[in-house]
Design a protein. Structure first.
Length: 126
């Protein structure tokens, strides 16, 4: 897997905006050029046009180079293979679910801690 802070070589792309074809850092980021923020099916397409499409490092590197070579016009009119879309749908769905689980295990205890702290301060003040 490509680490979040790992930069690729000059001749590689991490992700491209499916709306305007501009380069971006992560598939789920809002595009800085056209302000497009992909969701649902568009997010799956965005993952398709990013190195996150593959988990295998060699495939990632190969795809990163292919992504760099595609023109903006080719990106905007890219033909998404339906089998690959299906596969990525499951992959992205799992990621979203994992993210949701993250909220329950990290988000809720964090909110509870903040509320507890606020209450403690509040109780002391009054
Ligand atoms: Zn864009």
């Amino acid at each position: 897997m490509v680490e979040d802070d790992a930069f690729l070589e000059d001749h590689q792309s991490r992700a491209r905006c499916i709306r305007c074809g501009d380069e971006k850092f992560q598939p789920y980021h809002r595009c800085e050029s056209c302000r497009f923020e992909p969701q649902n099916d568009d997010l799956v397409k965005s993952v398709y046009l990013s190195v996150w499409r593959y988990e295998d490092a060699d495939k990632q590197a190969h795809w990163a180079e292919a992504l760099k070579v595609l023109t903006k016009d080719e990106i905007v009119h890219f033909t998404f293979a339906s089998e690959e879309m299906k596969r990525l749908h499951t992959f992205v769905g799992d990621l979203v679910k994992t993210g949701g689980r993250h909220f329950w295990f990290v988000g809720i205890p964090l909110i509870a801690a903040i509320m507890g702290l606020t209450w403690a301060v509040f109780a002391k003040t009054f």
